[in-house]
Design a binder for this molecule. Structure first.
Ligand code: NAD
Length: 407
């Protein structure tokens, strides 16, 4: 199969009826962009209130540039939504984008994906195409997804087409990413790949077909692994520099050039994606008893997650320098959201740092310019303006400020 690329949205007849299963932060922008490309889209979600609001032309999610306008324009018209899979029975392309979480043991929990595909299987017909977009461990589409669809529909692969195309949006940039960022798609067999590519290129302008669904799954996962390992390297070098009393930032600036790109250190890696994806490969290699294959990925995960211990130690040492009993020092962790300008806190490591300090019995507070004091309280933390704290941990500059007027 020859991979192909296309730069322009085609103007072929938009006859396909498209279903998008899962109308969350990733699925709703996708459904809206497809509707805006001239297709009739049926969105399916288990959240009835979300469906109701979209049908009224309201954006049920937080701020996402461009999304309000698209939903106002297409909600209840080109984009109609329902909780009932039978309302999508006329569709010929089914796109699934529901979450995949990790359990306590960092093993993927497929329950939402399996429920979604069992719903699709009930309405699947001859010649339909199904595409999974949720990031999954490589081989998921050709094994689990194929089985769910075949068992639930009594059709066989070949009667329907099956492909994988990873969602590559970033909240805050979802619409522009869908319209500009390169996206890949790969089929579980040759015909599926060709068919899925043919439809997708009508609403994804920068689309590349790759040789298989398995390759497309791997592409998305390794992107996250690359980021996680590089952040872990920066964090490790930062701790070493700290121990040697070397200014890491000075060293980093002088060391970086075309072939060396040392990242910035941090309290770890937050979000739904990067802290999750390396585990897919670690767990799969463990399952195959190839324990040595994913050692670096596992170590990077642990290094990043344990950075909060390093910072807690540093903060406590600073507290001990103040002329106050340790339990009376007001510590403020500034910045709970993990990406600048985007109100998301999932797996926020600053949040974990605040929790760790509070657990140690320290008088810990939190501040984030994107969160109200009430929202901070909802997370179980105490809100405080940084100017009222004795010590402020500023997540962007990663410095500890001592507000001397409080001493
Ligand atoms: N949010 C991002 O920035 C981002 C970026 C890239 C990729 N992704 C991928 O997208 C996936 C989904 O992420 P999200 O941010 O949209 O999650 P989300 O929690 O914002 O939304 C998920 C939606 O799926 C719905 N849902 C759950 N089970 C369902 C079912 N059985 N049938 C129908 N609907 C169901 C939920 O009600 C919810 O509306 C992630 O697991 C990830 O692989 C997300």
């Amino acid at each position: 199969m020859t991979p192909q690329t296309t730069k322009k949205t085609t103007t072929q007849t938009k006859k396909e009826r498209i279903a998008v299963i899962g109308l969350g932060k990733a699925g709703l922008p996708l459904a809206s962009v497809i509707a805006d490309s001239g297709f009739k889209v049926t969105g399916i979600d288990i959240d009835a209130e979300r469906c109701r609001r979209i049908n009224k032309g309201e954006n049920p999610l937080g701020e996402e540039p461009g999304l309000d306008e698209l939903i106002q324009k297409h909600g209840g018209k080109n984009l109609t939504t329902s909780t009932n899979y039978h309302d999508a029975s006329h569709c010929t392309l089914f796109i699934v984008i529901v979450p995949l979480f990790l359990d306590k043991d960092n093993t993927p929990d497929f329950s939402a994906i399996s429920a979604a595909f069992k719903g699709v299987a009930k309405v699947l017909k001859q010649n339909d195409t199904v595409v999974l977009e949720t990031t999954v461990p490589p081989t998921t589409t050709e094994t689990l997804v194929r089985n769910w669809l075949e068992e639930g529909s009594h059709l066989k692969l070949g009667d329907f087409h099956l492909a994988f195309s990873p969602e590559r949006i970033m909240t805050g940039f979802s619409i522009s990413r869908l319209r500009e960022f390169p996206k890949v798609i790969g089929g579980v067999d040759e015909k599926s790949g060709r068919q899925a590519f043919r439809i997708y290129r009508q609403f994804i302008p920068n689309l590349k077909q790759v040789s298989s669904a398995r390759a497309a799954e791997f592409i998305k996962v390794i992107e996250g692994c690359y980021r996680d390992v590089n952040v872990a390297l920066a964090n490790e070098l930062f701790q070493i520099a700290d121990s040697l009393t070397i200014d890491f930032y000075e060293a980093r600036e002088a060391a970086n050039h075309k072939y060396c790109d040392i990242h910035l250190p941090s309290t770890g890696v937050g979000g739904h994606c990067i802290p999750v994806y390396p585990w897919f490969l670690v767990k799969e290699m463990e399952r195959r008893e190839k324990f040595s294959y994913a050692q670096l990925l596992r170590t990077a995960r642990v290094t990043n997650d344990e950075m909060i211990n390093f910072w807690a130690g540093k903060i406590i040492r600073e507290c001990l320098n103040l002329n106050k009993p340790l339990s009376k020092v007001k510590i403020c962790i500034k910045g709970l959201t993990y990406r600048k300008g985007v109100k998301e806190t999932y797996h926020s490591r600053n949040f974990a740092l605040a929790q760790l300090l509070a657990k140690k019995g320290l008088d810990t507070y939190a501040y984030d310019e994107l969160l109200t004091p009430k929202e901070i309280e909802k997370f179980g933390l105490k809100p405080l303006q940084p100017s009222k704290a004795d010590i402020v941990f500023d997540s962007f500059n990663l410095i500890i400020n001592t507000q001397t007027h409080h001493q």
